[in-house]
Design a protein around this ligand. Structure first.
Ligand SMILES: Nc1ncnc2c1ncn2[C@@H]1O[C@H](COP(=O)(O)OP(=O)(O)OP(=O)(O)O)[C@@H](O)[C@H]1O
Ligand SMILES: [Mg+2]
Length: 359
């Protein structure tokens, strides 16, 4: 079922809106990842769609039907929240069956549906356990089964795996996508983990200060960030202040042509993704005789720097490199480059792409 929201506002306290006039549409069967800083209004938005919070103004449609004043249990929405704990005194079976019993499903149908869901979440055989006898990942899968039991048209997940360790999280993530595809449900998924959002979602919504900064496919957010906020929020980005001079942003010896109009002497913001810095070791560096960083060659995009720190991360490593003038940038480099430089080694940098914005 599609979800449509028009001019949605939520004001908890006068003059201070948590959600400030939001309009969007999620198509039936789509999976949307919702990203944004803490306090930006993500949970409030989800709670309004679920009917757990009444909007101050605006309209919500689910499957084309205006549900703005419909009680939660009649919206056809399933929710999984991070802290939406299972009923501790009930077995896995009873937890999953809970919503079905409320709806007075006949016993045999309840049994069938619970068995089907346990198979879907790979927990067949766990029906008689209590939540205290489950791992965190298993408990969240039961929570998901419980949310899916009454066959909702929409599934809302609010940081469902925040409390689970990285490895299990990755498994759960793949598994949620599979469930999403098998059931064909429309989902909105809040996460603080960008990798999770970009891996799972058909489209990603970036929320900031109660408003949508951008809503589009992952590729669009990466390649065409709509705002300075999105450019600095998405991915791993160096954000540094620089001074405008003669159409350039001056970062020590590095001079980058300004991408926005600025007067000489004005402070500007420069955003450089860690993956947009190419680092080449100087041949002398390998011999251990690090020459001092040379004075400024006035080439805008190649500049000398020195390695400050090296971080081993696996497929790609991170170098902290210092430009003349003290600016330190983080660069993601291939393992073979990281192996050639140690702290103190001189290197050349090339900035492959960047963005400048007013401060
Ligand atoms: N019941 C409430 N009463 C008053 N203010 C609230 C209430 N719930 C949320 N807020 C405020 O609304 C704003 C948005 O909160 P919300 O929980 O939606 O943020 P969030 O994006 O989910 O943050 P997080 O990532 O930390 O979960 C915050 O400033 C918060 O303090
Ligand atoms: Mg929240």
């Amino acid at each position: 079922m599609s979800i449509e929201v028009r001019n949605l506002v939520k004001q908890f306290t006068p003059g201070l809106a948590a959600v400030r006039g939001v309009t969007f549409r999620v198509e039936a069967g789509e999976m949307v990842g919702l990203l944004g800083p803490s306090g930006s209004g993500k949970t409030t938005l989800l709670r309004m769609i679920a009917g757990l919070e009444a909007p101050t103004s605006g309209v919500i449609f689910i499957g084309g039907r205006d549900v703005t004043r419909t009680p939660p249990q009649r919206r056809g929405v399933g929710v999984v929240f991070q802290h939406y704990a299972l009923f501790q005194h009930m077995t896995v079976f009873d937890n999953i069956a809970f919503g079905l019993k409320v709806k007075r499903w006949p016993k045999s149908r309840v049994r069938e549906r619970v068995a089907e869901l346990l198979a879907l979440v790979r927990l067949t055989g766990f029906e008689h356990r209590h939540p205290a006898e489950l791992s965190g990942g298993q408990a969240q899968r039961v929570a998901l089964a419980r949310a899916l039991a009454p066959e909702p048209g929409v599934l809302l997940l609010d940081e469902p795996f925040a409390a689970v360790d990285t490895k299990i999280r990755k498994e759960l993530r793949e598994w949620v996508r599979r469930v999403h595809e098998e059931v064909g449900i429309t989902s909105i998924f809040v996460t603080h983990d960008q990798e999770e959002a970009f891996e799972l979602a058909d489209r990603v919504m970036v929320f900031h200060d109660g408003q949508i900064e951008q809503f589009g496919p992952p590729q669009q957010l990466w390649q065409a960030p709509a705002t300075s906020f999105v450019a600095s929020f998405v991915g791993d980005v160096n954000e540094v202040e620089a001074e405008a001079a003669g159409g350039f942003a001056k970062l020590g010896t590095l001079r980058l042509p300004l991408r926005h109009p600025a007067r000489d002497g004005q402070r500007v913001k420069v955003l450089i993704r860690t993956t947009d810095i190419s680092v080449s070791p100087h041949p002398q560096g390998a011999a251990g005789q690090a020459p001092p960083v040379s004075g400024a060659p006035d080439v805008p995009d190649v500049v000398d720097a020195r390695v400050r720190r090296r971080v081993w991360k696996g497929a790609a490593d991170v170098l902290y490199v210092e430009l003349a003038g003290g600016v330190v940038l983080r660069a993601v480099v291939p393992r073979e480059v990281a192996l050639q430089v140690s702290p103190g080694a001189p290197v050349s940098l090339r900035i492959l792409d960047y963005r400048t914005d007013p401060l």
